[in-house]
Design a protein around this ligand. Structure first.
Ligand code: PNS
Length: 173
């Protein structure tokens, strides 16, 4: 059975991540989406919230499971006995960082962990969790960036209701 891990911060998950998840789940028999519990960053959503949001967003994908991990990806991969990491590539700007991480993981794992890159769909190429949070905190429309449940939870973090957004955009077609 071919299994893969898709690690990330997913703070919050976007349509770009979900596109990568759907496509990776077609290629691999089992995909584990793993939320990094990163002590170096202050996230908007707790690890538990991100795991639950991802579980909800992937509930119709039977070969996808959602977990969290701390520490090095290669240590987590070893425990799970999985040798493939999935990452999405949006643009050339992602490439340098992703290449470095992929090469580091391969070297650190004695060349057992490889990274498979999926290019994101063009309609999602501009998307990132950081951009979603920035738009949301200024009451911008994030409906094209994230599923409805994620949209609601993201606005809630900034004490914004869906009605606030509707009111703001009521004159826009
Ligand atoms: O969604 P992100 O924040 O771009 O995901 C980055 C992630 C989680 C894939 C990466 O930071 C990671 O794997 N961190 C765990 C620590 C690690 O193994 N780092 C790579 C070797 S330095």
């Amino acid at each position: 059975m071919e299994a893969a891990i898709y690690p990330g911060s997913f703070d919050p998950v976007t349509y770009g991540h979900l596109d990568v998840i759907k496509r990776a789940a077609k290629i691999f028999d089992e995909l584990t989406v793993s939320v990094l519990d990163n002590h170096l960053k202050t996230p908007l959503f707790s690890v538990e919230e991100r795991v639950n949001i991802l579980k909800e967003a992937t509930k119709d994908m039977p070969n996808v499971k959602v977990e969290s991990f701390t520490g090095l990806l290669i240590d987590y991969a070893k425990v799970k006995n999985i040798n493939v990491a999935i990452r999405g590539l949006r643009a050339i700007t992602d490439f340098e960082y992703e290449l470095q991480i992929a090469q580091t993981n391969r070297k650190l794992s004695n060349e057992t962990v490889d990274t498979v890159f999926l290019t994101t769909s063009l309609e999602n190429a501009y998307l990132s969790s950081t951009i979603v949070k920035e738009i949301a905190c200024y009451k911008g429309d994030i409906s094209l960036c994230v599923p409805e449940n994620v949209m609601k939870k993201t606005y809630e973090k900034y004490n914004i209701t869906i009605n606030d957004i509707k009111e703001k955009y009521k004159d826009v077609e």
